[in-house]
Every structure is written in structure tokens, then in C-alpha cells.
Design a protein around this ligand. Structure first.
Ligand SMILES: [Zn+2]
Length: 244
């Protein structure tokens, strides 16, 4: 039903009236079985998207965004944060913490953000951020090693970067022969993806530019309270005190 409604209403109207539309749609979902940990809406069900993602009817958060928030909740007080391509639900939430300095950036013009930073050449000073959120970014970046070096430069010593991309097992898959949108869709799963990382491969690359990394892996039961993804991985990359 959700998809059908979305297809019937022009995008510009959805964007302009998003809050009102979400409030209206969420009325149908009011209940006591599940709860969004970002907006605290209690519901009978999440909206199930075609790719198995669970959308909060009230704030529009996805499972991975709710997981990210569960990690950030006790981390962001007083921190200087840079967030690449922030989804609206979590951006609104972080902005409500007035003692944090929060900078948002979107390069492709898909998200509402303050700046348009190129991750391969970030227009920010050295040792500037305590925390950088880099979710579903690096698989779009041409020179990812350059981007990782830039992340290493702008993060403060002891600061960290939280990273997620789609992951496969084994090695990173890259292929120079893949050039067109159609080929990228077939090889990398999306027409604007340039590779498929494995978590281990991505960690090694982050380590090659000086980060210390650790993998966080989650396994949840089906129909868990907060609608988290059942299998999920993310990488914490920390900048050690001695590295520059
Ligand atoms: Zn929500």
C-alpha cells in the first residue's frame, strides 16, 4: 500500500508535505508491538519495503539508521561531527542535541545538507572532527584510498569514523572493464556503485592509511522490537594518537 501511495503522489509534493504525510500514514500503524528508537513512535508494524528494509512510518528511518542511532545516542554529546549524506530522520535527531557541533554534507544533491564536500578532497581543516559518519558513501567514490586519507586527515587523534557499505564475503570486487550504468548495475548491484567491498577488505584499506579498525556484527531475531536489520555489519575506524 505504501509503495502504491508513493507512486501516485508527485515527488515534489511528497517532499514539501513530508511531515504531514508521514503523520497521516503513521495513524494507520499505531500500535504496541514495535517501537522506533529514533522518534519513539509505537506501532503495530514497520512499513516493509521491497528490499526487506523496515521503514518507520513516522520518521522514515530504515533499520540501519535506527542501528546507527543506537550506537550514536551516547556518543555525540559535546562532539564535533561530520555526516556525509545524512538521512532526514537521524539528522533531525542529532540536530536536537544543541551541545554537539554537527556538519552535514551531500555531494550528489540527494540529501538535505549544509555543505557539498568532495570526500576525495575535503574542504575542512586537519584534526577537526571527533566523529565522522560515512554510511553508504565509499562504494560511490572513484578514488576510495584518497577519500580514506582525507578522512584520516580531518579526524582528530582518538576520533573515529563509522562506516558502512553493502558487503560481500571474500575479497573486494572491482573491475576496470565495467564502465556503463547498465554494467555497474549487473556487476556492483547499483548503477552508481563502483565496487563491492567485503568488510575485511575495507578494513584493510582503512588500515593502510593509518586507521585502527574493528568490525561490529549484529544478528537479530526476526521481528525484533526496533526493526533492526537481522544481519548487519559496520566498521569502526579509529585514528590513533600517534598517526597524522
Ligand atoms: Zn521513527
Amino acid at each position: 500500500m505504501y509503495g502504491k501511495i508513493k507512486r501516485l503522489i508527485p515527488n515534489v509534493i511528497i517532499k514539501r508535505n513530508e511531515k504531514l504525510l508521514r503523520t497521516l500514514i503513521s495513524i494507520v500503524y499505531i500500535g504496541n508491538k514495535y517501537q522506533c528508537n529514533i522518534c519513539h513512535f509505537k506501532m503495530s508494524n514497520f512499513i516493509k519495503l521491497e528490499n526487506n528494509n523496515k521503514l518507520c512510518p513516522k520518521c522514515g528511518s530504515l533499520g540501519r539508521t535506527r542501528r546507527l542511532w543506537s550506537l550514536l545516542e551516547n556518543e555525540i554529546q559535546g562532539k564535533k561531527i561530520l555526516h556525509f549524506s545524512p538521512s532526514k530522520s537521524i539528522k533531525t535527531k542529532i540536530e536536537s542535541y544543541s551541545n554537539s557541533k554537527y556538519i552535514t554534507s551531500d555531494y550528489a544533491g540527494e540529501f538535505d545538507a549544509m555543505k557539498k564536500l568532495n570526500i576525495e578532497s575535503i574542504d575542512e581543516p586537519k584534526d577537526e572532527f571527533d566523529l565522522v559518519i560515512c554510511y553508504h558513501i565509499l562504494e560511490h567514490v572513484e578514488n576510495d584510498i584518497k577519500a580514506m586519507k582525507e578522512l584520516q586527515r580531518i579526524i582528530k587523534p582518538k576520533g573515529m569514523c563509522i562506516i558502512q557499505t553493502p558487503f560481500k564475503t571474500g575479497d573486494i570486487y572491482e573491475n576496470n572493464a565495467v564502465k556503463t550504468d547498465e554494467e555497474r548495475l549487473i556487476h556492483f548491484g547499483q548503477k552508481d556503485h563502483l565496487r563491492i567491498y567485503s568488510a575485511e577488505g575495507l578494513m584493510k584499506r582503512m588500515e593502510s592509511v593509518g586507521f585502527q579498525t574493528r568490525l561490529k556484527e549484529y544478528n537479530e531475531v526476526e521481528n525484533n522490537l526496533n526493526g533492526y536489520n537481522i544481519d548487519e555489519k559496520l566498521i569502526i575506524a579509529e585514528k590513533s594518537v600517534t598517526n597524522n
